[in-house]
Write a protein that binds this ligand. Structure first.
Ligand code: NAP
Length: 354
């Protein structure tokens, strides 16, 4: 059993990110010293929220510059750390040009570079990698092949590629690489966190996370004429942050953990928002039939193959391990969706109506 000490610094990669902000906040509030990597130390607008949080907590924050695509980039930040939480990786749903350079290279080369630094840093005992449910299945239709009608930690995504579901491919390729590198040595252990779609308020308006893209579409008119029959596993960002900290510090944490509160359809998400914010925003009122969405899919950045394999299949996730072993108790995600929309309004990312 690996016993974690609490005095060594904890490294968090991708500190400017949506989820990373909450991980760092919770660690600082618990008094830890956090070594946080950002891609560009001159871009203070992307991390000033962290400095402000640090000034109000008992923890200490040290910022380092590191790029996933540069080989030795993480060595300095990792010095003296016992725990490494590797979160940095692009999460872009449709908002990318080249799947290899924009998604797959940073995920896969980034994980390799970070774990090579771990191999060079004798103090590291545990690594937590932020993977995704995207590592457990390739398309929603895969649910038909599961025994219990739910995706579990024993399932792996075997169908995504650079051409089809490239974000999903970036996550499964990076997670597999992490397990391969862990198995090749015996000093550090690995825990993977596999969250579903993360929702809830961000600590910074500057994140480009796909989570923002998803909530934003409910406010920018994209869903006004209906949403396809699609289901999402959802979980609050603060719960995902807590899961990372449990995975980092709990002596018995091991393997992969699906982190998910519940499944909702896009229409149910829209209804939740309308009940709270009223009819002045362009929230969806109906389901757009699959054939119509398939016809229009390229306009929204989706392929017709994606529609065939993902629209019309309800998906569910088994997060029991996270409850039993990490002590997770999930928040009500309807509230998280409302809080997230409100934060995007407050930050001017969604235009206020009425
Ligand atoms: P995010 O806000 O976009 O964070 C991504 C982070 O990765 C940013 O800090 C970004 O830095 C960093 N990054 C990207 N490319 C980099 C590079 N070449 N070098 C250094 N840093 C780089 O997204 P997020 O939603 O918090 O996602 C964080 C992690 O959670 C990712 O691994 C994602 O796959 C995973 N995840 C997210 C969700 C979700 O629903 N949000 C669900 C499951 C898993 P910059 O600020 O410099 O761009």
């Amino acid at each position: 059993m690996t016993m974690m000490t609490t005095t060594a610094p904890i490294l968090v990669t991708g500190a400017t990110g949506y989820i990373a902000g909450w991980v760092i906040k919770q660690l600082l509030e618990q008094g830890y010293t956090v070594h946080a990597t950002v891609r560009d130390l001159t871009k203070s607008s992307s991390f000033q929220h962290l400095e402000q949080i640090a000034s109000q907590t008992s923890g200490a924050l040290m910022l380092f510059q590191a790029n996933l695509l540069e080989e030795d980039s993480f060595d300095e930040a990792m010095k003296d750390c016992e725990i490494v939480i590797h979160m940095a990786s692009p999460f872009l749903v449709t908002n990318f040009k080249d799947p290899i350079t924009d998604l797959i290279d940073p995920a896969l080369k980034g994980t390799t570079n970070v774990l090579n630094s771990v191999n060079r840093t004798d103090t590291v005992k545990r690594v937590v990698v932020t993977s995704s449910i995207a590592s457990t299945y390739g398309d929603a239709v895969d649910i038909l092949k599961t025994e219990q009608n739910q995706f579990e930690e024993s399932h792996w995504n075997t169908t995504s590629s650079a051409e089809h579901q490239p974000y999903f491919y970036s996550k499964v390729a990076a997670e597999r690489k992490a397990w391969d590198m862990q198995k090749a040595q015996s000093r550090w252990d690995l825990v993977c966190i596999n969250p579903s779609l993360v929702v809830g308020p961000s600590l910074t308006p500057s994140t480009q996370s796909g989570s923002v893209e998803v909530i934003q579409q409910f406010g920018n008119g994209m869903t006004l004429f209906g949403v396809p029959p699609m289901w999402n596993g959802l979980v609050d960002v603060r719960d995902v942050a807590h899961a990372h900290i449990q995975a980092a510090l709990h002596p018995k944490a091991h393997g992969r953990y699906i982190i998910n509160a519940k499944t909702m359809t896009l229409l149910e998400m829209g209804k939740t928002l309308r009940q709270h914010f009223g009819g002045r925003y362009p929230f969806p009122r109906m389901i757009a039939p699959k054939f119509l969405f398939k016809l229009l899919a390229p306009l929204f950045g989706y392929t017709r193959k994606f529609v065939d394999l993902n629209v019309g299949y309800p998906i569910y996730f088994n997060a029991e391990r996270s409850k039993q072993e990490l002590g997770m108790q999930y928040r009500d995600v309807e509230t998280s969706i409302i809080e997230h929309f409100q934060q995007l309004l407050d930050d001017g990312i969604i235009k206020k109506c009425g």
